[in-house]
Design a protein around this ligand. Structure first.
Ligand SMILES: [Zn+2]
Length: 108
């Protein structure tokens, strides 16, 4: 019987593989890429895996497309009195996400 740890490890591996596949097929078949991302997130949720924020931010929360700057996403850095914020717009569904920038060199 697989231990809890094993289950999580295997799920983590599958998630990684699926997310890699998603970026591989993105430029050829966007619908397929979205399906891979959706599946990866579902596996992670089922195994109660916590995906790092940096990983989750790479995908649109609404349509699940991998967010590639200049291709599927527009990324803007906004400076205001509340600090620097990053604004990510999904070019596929229009979903806008804003989050504060902490420290330097986090944006790529
Ligand atoms: Zn989207």
């Amino acid at each position: 019987m697989a231990s809890r740890y094993e289950v999580k490890r295997i799920a983590g591996e599958r998630v990684r593989i699926l997310l890699n596949l998603a970026s591989d097929v993105l430029r050829k078949d966007e619908e397929l890429a979205k399906r891979y991302v959706q599946l990866a997130f579902r596996i992670a949720a089922k195994a109660r895996l916590k995906l790092p924020r940096e990983v989750k931010r790479r995908y649109c929360r609404r349509c699940k497309v991998p967010l590639i700057p200049g291709y599927t996403a527009r990324i803007r850095v906004k400076k205001g009195c509340g600090g620097t914020k990053i604004v990510v717009t999904c070019l596929r569904c229009g979903y806008i996400r804003r989050y504060p920038l902490k420290g330097k060199g986090q944006v790529k």
